[in-house]
Design a protein around this ligand. Structure first.
Ligand code: ADP
Ligand code: MG
Length: 281
C-alpha cells in the first residue's frame, strides 16, 4: 500500500510575545491510502496544529510533510494539496457559506472553474454520499447540527479529495448527529475509498478506525489497532483520556482477580468474555 501522507521529523512552533512554544515535536509517521485513522489526545496536545499541516494550512517549522509525494512547502502546489486533502472543522456554521444547500456544496467546484454540467454532477453525487440529497433546496440554518455538518462534508467531497481530515467534527453535535457523521465517514471510507483522518474525543468513534494514534505534548505516544490501544488502560488514563466503558469494566474485573481478556471492545464480545470466564472457573 502506498502512503497518501508522509510526515517526516515535523516540528511546529508558535511564537507569541517572542516566546516560542513547541506544539508538535519532531513527529514522523505515514498515513496509508484508503485507511481510516483516528487521532486521540487531551486538549492542547497538538492535534489541531498537526491537522492543519496535513493540507498546508500550517507549514512545519522544521521537517517535511508530503501529500501524495508533494511537499507542502512548495507554494506553487498549495492549491493541488488543498484539493487532495480536504479539512472539516468542529463548527458547521463556520463552514457554510451559501443560503441554499446545493449552492453551498457547489461553492468549491465553482472555484475550481469546472463546467456547469460537471458541477451539477459533483454536487448531486456529494449530497447523495452524505445522505442529504433530498435537502438540496433547503436553507442550511433550518437544518440540525448533524445535517449541517454533513453539508460541510459534502462541500469537501465535491472537490473529490483523496483524503479528508476531520478535526472534532462531532464535538458540537448531539448523539444522533454524531452517529450520522460517523456513519457518513465510514461510508466514504469503505465505499469511496477516501482516506480518513479523524480527530475525536469519543472512544466509540475511535473503535471504528483501522488505526488509532495517541498524541500527548506534541508527540505520538501510541500507534496501533483500536484493540491494541484500548487494552492499555493505564497509559490512556495517564494522558487524561477515557477508555471505553467495556474496557473499563474488564480492567476493573482484572484488578479484582478475574482474569478476563481486556482486548475486546464491543458489548457482545465483553459479555462473551465474561460468560466464558464464568464457565471455565
Ligand atoms: P489540540 O487540538 O490537541 O487541543 P492544539 O494544536 O490546538 O491542540 O494546540 C497545541 C498547543 O499549541 C496548545 O498548548 C495551544 O495552546 C497552542 N496553540 C494553539 N494555537 C495557538 C496559536 N494560534 N498561538 C499560540 N499557541 C497556540
Ligand atoms: Mg484541537
Amino acid at each position: 500500500m502506498s502512503n497518501i501522507i508522509e510526515i517526516k521529523n515535523v516540528t511546529y512552533n508558535y511564537v507569541e510575545d517572542e516566546v516560542e512554544y513547541t506544539a508538535v515535536n519532531n513527529v514522523s509517521l505515514n498515513i496509508e491510502k484508503g485507511s481510516f485513522t483516528v487521532i486521540l489526545g487531551h486538549n492542547g496536545s497538538g492535534k489541531s496544529t498537526l491537522a492543519k499541516m496535513l493540507n498546508g494550512l500550517n507549514r512545519p517549522s522544521s521537517g517535511d510533510i508530503l501529500v501524495d509525494g508533494i511537499n507542502t512547502r512548495d507554494e506553487e502546489n498549495e492549491f493541488l494539496i488543498k484539493k487532495k486533502v480536504g479539512m472539516v472543522f468542529q463548527n458547521p456554521d463556520n463552514q457554510l457559506v451559501a443560503s441554499i444547500v446545493e449552492e453551498d456544496v457547489a461553492f468549491g467546484p465553482e472555484n475550481l472553474g469546472l463546467e456547469p454540467k460537471v458541477i451539477r454532477q459533483r454536487v448531486d453525487e456529494a449530497l447523495k454520499a452524505v445522505g442529504m440529497y433530498e435537502f438540496r433546496n433547503s436553507t442550511p440554518h433550518h437544518l440540525s447540527g448533524g445535517q449541517k455538518q454533513r453539508i460541510a462534508i459534502a462541500g469537501i467531497i465535491a472537490l473529490e479529495p483523496e483524503c479528508i481530515v476531520l478535526d472534532e467534527p462531532t464535538a458540537m453535535l448531539d448523539p444522533k448527529g454524531r452517529a450520522e457523521i460517523i456513519n457518513t465517514i465510514l461510508r466514504l471510507n469503505k465505499e469511496k475509498g477516501i482516506t480518513v483522518v479523524l480527530i475525536t474525543h469519543y472512544m466509540e468513534e475511535a473503535e471504528k478506525a483501522d488505526r488509532v494514534l495517541v498524541m500527548n505534548d506534541g508527540e505520538f505516544i501510541a500507534d496501533g489497532t483500536p484493540k491494541e490501544i484500548f487494552k492499555n488502560v493505564k497509559m490512556l488514563k495517564s494522558v487524561g483520556l477515557d477508555v471505553p466503558q467495556t474496557t473499563e469494566l474488564l480492567y476493573a474485573l482484572n484488578q479484582n482477580g478475574m482474569a478476563v481478556p481486556t482486548d475486546v471492545l464491543s458489548i457482545e464480545e465483553t459479555a462473551d468474555a465474561i460468560m466464558h470466564y464464568l464457565e471455565e472457573n
